[in-house]
Design a protein around this ligand. Structure first.
Ligand SMILES: Cc1ncc(COP(=O)(O)O)c(C=O)c1O
Length: 365
């Protein structure tokens, strides 16, 4: 008997779709991990079995991103949101400035936390344009005296994404890559630090990945609580206290899946193809649909769009829900529609949405 697994057309913004193969492997290993007679969740985090899982995940992330030797990979907790506080707490010296590029709600939250520890300044902002675009590189004020320059590589809510990152010389560049980590190749050495909550491209929520240059980490302030110091976690291979073991196991399985899919080049190519299906429908709709982001700043991870007629938009979202599409409502702060097309969202799911959008237009204009 063939059992077909019911899988939704999942466009959730995060937590979001995970690869079916990963879920099935986790299911198969759930009650007996590698002959231990225990679930991964029941293993001691000090056991050889768990350390194997943990170190393999770190090694695979290093391999996929080609992370240089002088960088640490840390698995932390508290989400990307705790990084908003930990970054200024660790790296802003008394009276020092820190530069932030404002490209959306998450950048604003990071900026607000920095105010508690120093003087954040805006290096560039697209707020006046309702965050429809990523500022041009020429607009960015590079302040060499600042502790760092912070940016959000992909704006989950507004649907914009950096295509080229600024080169900042001696000024440490920090990127919140929560919603596009591992979606394409990047040059890690361009950044002093990269961080991301796992729950979009990396696995379930509960783990936050930090990739940090050792020389930068060594400059951190010391008069801060133990758990909030990057040094505590780097000295202890992210095993200072009990880590989210199951989340790290799942993250490790997702990394193996990315490798098996052909690595980041293959993933990037597929992400481009997936997003193109949907953007093409928007662009060819004669204004029936319109995108929020300007074309040069469009995200390959979060496609934000509107149906020009407000009543039809409500109908679109209701009918899409009935047809089995999940997570298409825009973020509550901006409304409209959003399709999150993260790594694990299959091409067929994006094509199904594109076909649905074309049909809906034909039926309703
Ligand atoms: C770009 C970005 N940064 C930060 C966050 C906050 O992440 P967390 O919920 O892990 O704190 C999110 C969540 O969606 C996000 O999309």
């Amino acid at each position: 008997m063939t059992v077909t697994t019911k899988r939704a057309f999942n466009f959730n913004a995060g937590p979001s779709a995970l690869p079916l193969e990963v879920l099935q492997k986790a299911q198969a290993e759930l009650v007996d991990f590698k002959g231990t007679g225990m679930s991964v969740m029941e293993l001691s985090h000090r056991s050889a079995e768990f350390e194997g899982v943990h170190n393999e995940a770190i090694a695979n992330l290093r391999e996929l991103y080609d992370i240089p030797e002088n960088y640490e990979v840390l698995f932390l907790q508290g989400g990307a949101s705790l990084q908003f506080s930990m970054i200024p707490m660790n790296f802003v010296k008394e009276g020092q400035k820190a530069s932030y590029i404002q490209t959306g709600a998450w950048s604003e939250k990071a900026f607000a936390e920095a105010k508690l520890f120093g003087t954040p300044v805006e290096a560039a902002s697209s707020k006046s344009n309702n965050y429809k675009n990523i500022p041009a590189l020429s607009e960015i004020q590079i302040d060499e005296e600042a502790a760092y320059l912070h940016l959000t590589s992909n704006n989950t809510i507004f649907g914009t994404q950096w295509k080229t990152f600024p080169t900042t010389g001696d000024l440490p560049l920090i990127a919140d890559m929560s919603s596009d980590i591992l979606s394409k190749k990047i040059d890690v050495s361009n950044f002093a630090m990269i961080y991301a909550g796992a729950q979009k491209n990396l696995g379930p929520s509960g783990v936050t990945v930090v990739i940090i240059r050792k020389e930068f980490l060594e400059k951190a302030n010391s008069n801060i609580p133990t758990m909030l110091k990057y040094a505590t976690h780097s000295k202890n291979n992210s095993l200072y206290n009990t880590p989210p073991t199951f989340g790290i196991y799942m993250l490790g399985e997702v990394l193996k899946w990315v490798k098996a899919e052909g690595g980041l080049e293959a993933i990037e190519q597929r992400n481009e193809e997936k997003a193109k299906y949907i953007y093409d429908v928007i662009d060819n709709s004669n204004g029936f649909y319109y995108g929020h982001a300007t074309e040069d700043s469009r995200s390959l991870m979060n496609i934000t769009f509107r149906v020009a007629d407000e009543e039809l938009e409500k109908k679109f979202l209701a009918e899409a829900k009935t047809a089995g599409f999940v997570g298409l409502n825009g973020h509550r702060s901006v409304g409209g529609c959003r399709a999150s097309t993260y790594n694990a969202v299959p091409l067929e799911t994006c094509k199904a949405l594109a076909d649905f959008m074309v049909k809906f237009q034909q039926d309703n204009q």
